[in-house]
Design a binder for this molecule. Structure first.
Ligand SMILES: N[C@@H](CCC(=O)N[C@@H](CS)C(=O)NCC(=O)O)C(=O)O
Length: 215
């Protein structure tokens, strides 16, 4: 089985976390961000993660992939169809995503998953939606303040997992959206949020940049 992913992509991180938790062996393929052909050939769309199953079919929705991988439903995947996820968690993810993407994109593009061509492709594509990366860096205090408010809301609901004493698909989704902040210069999560993320990372045997920095 093969996972096609981008290291920085939170939806791809979801699947990597689940694969680690479930001890499932897979081939990891980090695609260059400017490779349009591979994902389009596999699923008709340039969107990752893509999971290629043993029967050679492919899926490209992170939550569907995890549900199918998690046959014993350790992550309580039914939660994704409840208002807890569709309203509350999706709202939290959207607030996290807006800030984390604006803060991290200018830094992600200098991590080893990018080369010159893929970096230029990424910056050009992302600047259409978010404006120049130089402006994002100038405005970082605003994004950090907003992120702080979201993290305070998150913290209130950790017991120690999100409104639960067991780790579920909700925690995989939240941790994946926040993980990229570990590379943001001088940023520190509060002790509680850091412990939350690291516990999830440990449970899932997760190594963010394993594909490049450890081998
Ligand atoms: N609903 C999809 C969303 C996946 C997604 O948005 N992936 C982004 C990367 S974070 C992507 O591949 N976008 C195409 C691109 O950036 O060119 C999922 O949950 O898997």
């Amino acid at each position: 089985m093969k996972l096609y992913h981008y290291v920085h992509c939170p939806f791809c991180v979801r699947v990597r976390l689940a694969l680690g938790l479930l001890n499932i062996k897979f081939e990891s393929i980090v695609l260059p961000y400017n490779d349009e052909k591979t994902p389009i050939d596999l699923t008709g769309k340039k969107m990752l993660p893509i999971f290629k199953w043993e029967d050679a079919t492919s899926s490209n929705e992170s939550l569907d992939i995890i549900k199918r991988l998690d046959g014993d439903n350790l992550l309580k995947n039914e939660l994704v169809d409840t208002p807890l996820f569709t309203e509350e968690v999706e709202n939290l993810l959207s607030r996290i995503g807006t800030q984390v993407h604006s803060l991290c994109m200018p830094y992600w593009m200098w991590t080893p998953e990018f080369d010159k061509e893929s970096r230029n492709y990424f910056q050009t594509k992302k600047e259409v939606k978010r404006g120049p990366f130089s402006k994002l860096i100038q405005n970082k205090s605003e994004y950090l303040e907003k992120l702080d408010l979201v993290l305070k809301d998150l913290e209130k609901n950790l017991s120690p997992f999100y409104k639960s004493n067991e780790m579920t698909i909700v925690d995989i989704a939240i941790a994946s959206h926040l993980w990229g902040m570990y590379i943001f210069p001088e940023f520190q999560f509060s002790e509680k949020v850091n412990t939350y993320l690291q516990t999830i990372g440990d449970n899932c045997k997760f190594d963010y940049h394993k594909d490049f920095w450890l081998d």
